[in-house]
Design a protein around this ligand. Structure first.
Ligand SMILES: NC(=O)c1ccc[n+]([C@@H]2O[C@H](COP(=O)([O-])OP(=O)(O)OC[C@H]3O[C@@H](n4cnc5c(N)ncnc54)[C@H](O)[C@@H]3O)[C@@H](O)[C@H]2O)c1
Ligand SMILES: O=C(O)C(=O)C[C@@H](O)[C@H](O)[C@H](O)COP(=O)(O)O
Ligand SMILES: [Zn+2]
Length: 362
């Protein structure tokens, strides 16, 4: 049975769109009003297709639906796999009126969105996220793209979806490690902009790990509301939006170092946020007690608390040098002014940064 928990809107003028959060929505919610023409191309992967493809198709009554099923994994967020989406679109004679629908986690969402930004110079797309991480973060805000061996998300475009459909039922099949990865981005919102949410998470972490549906829906709603607010204020990351990158300068370096293999994005961000909190203490912004509060919550979400074994300070510095936030060769980091308030700085002291890196490498 279809039950809508909350609806939100990302306010971007003519590019505004709804985020619908609820249960029974995959197949139970009619997305055809968001499809301009008659054709839909669902992009999904070999893990998600057997679980949700049939119900996803049912969300497009009256439309002609084609499907491309990609291999599963962060390592496939690259050119060759992206090209398979273009192959499928052309082989099936898709036009500028086609709508692409991303059915899966953030990897599928980022790639399908990027394909939509590029195909015939841009077609509409819809997000149907099925991981916690994609429901709280990647499906909202229009960042799309692929990785490069030398840097994370280095090739991409801003391209907003027409709608985001979040069916919380899909989380029932998500492996525990992926739940924890999603919780990293959830905790991020509390740290950067919403101290009361941080307190709520401290009280509800066990319920979230236990997949309590009410707790999940509330965490998704509060995360999406925070992201939608930030994106509406700064769509293309001219300033404020960079706070959504808390922990990502360190985290992306970890993912690139690991070859987009055994570290999940959320895991790298979890450790990266601990590092950012630690650096914030060394920079005199938050207290050690506040840092420990953040670290404890991230640990309680069952996320790793050290960098990958053998990853050196020099390797971190080298990989962080290509971060997209950097300006004129100088590193810019997101730090915490307090718990619930983040800021971007290019002035972190090199000594403090070295000390933080030293504390997390082994
Ligand atoms: N665009 C953005 O704003 C943004 C934000 C955050 C992260 N990202 C990107 O998102 C990606 C990470 O996304 P992710 O954490 O969703 O990883 P993912 O897309 O790799 O999905 C995680 C795993 O869960 C599987 N899966 C998906 N839904 C499932 C379900 N309901 N049941 C069982 N298994 C399921 C997938 O097949 C995959 O194996 C990274 O590439 C990251 O860079 C983008
Ligand atoms: O939406 C944003 O803006 C974010 O920074 C959200 C991040 O969680 C996400 O991982 C994003 O893909 C990172 O963007 P990037 O520009 O640093 O690649
Ligand atoms: Zn992220």
């Amino acid at each position: 049975m279809q039950k809508i928990y909350r609806e939100l809107r990302v306010d971007l003028g003519e590019r505004s769109y709804p985020i619908v959060i609820g249960s029974g929505l995959m197949g139970g919610y009619d997305l055809s009003p968001y499809v301009a023409g008659t054709q839909v191309m669902i992009v999904t992967n070999e893990t998600v297709a057997p679980l949700y493809l049939d119900s996803a198709k049912a969300s497009f009554p009256g439309k002609s639906v084609d499907v491309v099923v990609l291999p599963d994994g962060e390592k496939y967020k690259e050119w060759q796999t992206l090209n398979r989406i273009f192959d499928a679109l052309l082989e099936n004679r898709h036009t500028r009126k086609t709508t692409i629908a991303a059915l899966g986690g953030g990897v599928i969402g980022d790639m399908a969105g990027f394909a939509a930004a590029c195909y015939q110079r841009g077609v509409p797309f819809i997000q149907m996220p099925t991981t916690l991480l994609s429901q709280v973060d990647s499906s909202v805000g229009g960042k799309t793209g692929i990785n490069h061996p030398l840097g994370k998300n280095m090739v991409g475009a801003f391209h907003q979806p027409q709608a985001v459909l979040i069916d919380t039922d899909t989380l029932k099949t998500l492996p525990p490690r992926e739940v924890s990865a999603g919780l990293a981005e959830v905790i991020k919102y509390g740290l950067i902009r919403d101290e009361p949410f941080l307190g709520w998470l401290e009280g509800n972490m066990q319920a979230l790990l236990d997949l309590d549906p009410e707790a999940q829906a509330e965490a998704i709603f509060r995360s999406c509301r925070c992201k939608a607010d930030v994106v509406a204020l700064d769509e293309k990351e001219g300033g404020l939006r960079a706070i959504l990158n808390l922990g990502h300068t360190f985290g992306h370096a970890i993912e690139t170092h690991a070859g987009y293999g055994n570290w999940l994005h959320g895991e790298a961000v979890g450790t990266g946020m601990m590092m950012a909190a630690d650096l914030s203490v060394r920079e005199g912004c938050i207290t050690a007690v506040e840092r420990d509060r953040a670290v404890d919550l991230i640990r309680r979400a069952r996320l790793p608390d050290m960098a990958p074994a053998g990853m050196s300070q020099a390797r971190f510095m080298d990989l962080m040098a290509v971060d997209k936030k950097n300006v004129d060769g100088s590193l810019r980091l997101v730090l915490l002014k307090s718990l619930g308030e983040a800021y971007v700085t290019g002035d972190a002291s090199p000594d403090s940064l070295r000390a933080t890196l030293q504390a997390f490498i082994h």
